[in-house]
Design a protein around this ligand. Sequence first.
Ligand code: 6PG
Length: 255
Amino acid sequence: MPADDRATPAIQIFADANEVARAAALRFVELGRASVEARGRFSVALAGGSTPKRVYELLAGEDFGAGLDWSNVHVFFGDERCVPPDDADSNYRMANEALLSRVALPEENVHRMRGEGDAVANARLYEDELRGFFGEGAAWPDLDLVMLGMGDDGHTASLFPGTHALDARAAWVTANWVEKFDTYRVTLTAPAISHARHIMFIVTGAGKAERLQEVIHGAHDPHRLPSQLIRPPAGALAWFLDEAAAAKLSGKDEG
Ligand code: 6PG
C-alpha cells in the first residue's frame, strides 16, 4: 500500500497475531521512512494495552527497526493510565521496555504523557507539549501516524463508551473519568486522532470479533462504540486484523 494512500478504511486480515504484528511493524517503518523523506521527521502516537507490544518488540529488532533512522522519530502517546511511569499498568512503561529503551531514539524525542499526579493538569501539559511541537496556530496536531487498539467494548485510546471525552470538539487532549475503572485516564481526543495523516488500528483475538463487526459495519453509534469516532477527514485509516478478530466481519455497511 503506497505511503500516501488516502483510500477508504483499508482492512487487512492476517492469519494470526504474530503476522499482524509483523505487518504493522513493516507499515510503521514504511510510513516512517516516507515521513522523514517528505518532512524530515516522523511523529507517531503509540497505542497502549497489550496488543501493540509485539509490534514494538519487532521494531526494536534488526529485521525492522534498522530500516528507520530513529533520530528523526518523535514518539507521542495516544493515552495513559493515571499511574507512575514505572507502574505495571503504564503504557509508557510497556512501550519503553519493548521499544524506546532499545533503539537510538534521542531522549528529547520521547514525549511522555504524564500519568502520575493530577489528570486534568496532565492533559493540559500534554496539549501544551503537542502545540509546542506542531505549532500554536495549528488547528489540530498533524501526527504522521496514530496507532490504536480497540477494547471489546469498542473503546479506543481512552475514549470509553458513555464518557465525557467522546464529546470533545476543540481540545486535543483531555482527562476522561472512566466510571467502570473508577479512575481518570488522559487521552487524545477523537478529532485530534482523526486529523493524523495515517491511523492504524491493530485488533486481534476472537474476543473482539463481535464488537469489531459493529464498529466497522454496524449502525453509527459512537457513544456506544467510540472507535467509530475515528473518521479521518483526509488521512488514511487502516485496520490490521487477525482472522479471529475479523471472523464476524460481514462486509456490508449498515449506515
Ligand atoms: C489502553 C489502550 C486501549 C487499548 C485497548 C485494547 O490504554 O489500554 O490505549 O485503548 O488499545 O484497551 O487493549 P488490548 O490491546 O490490551 O486488547
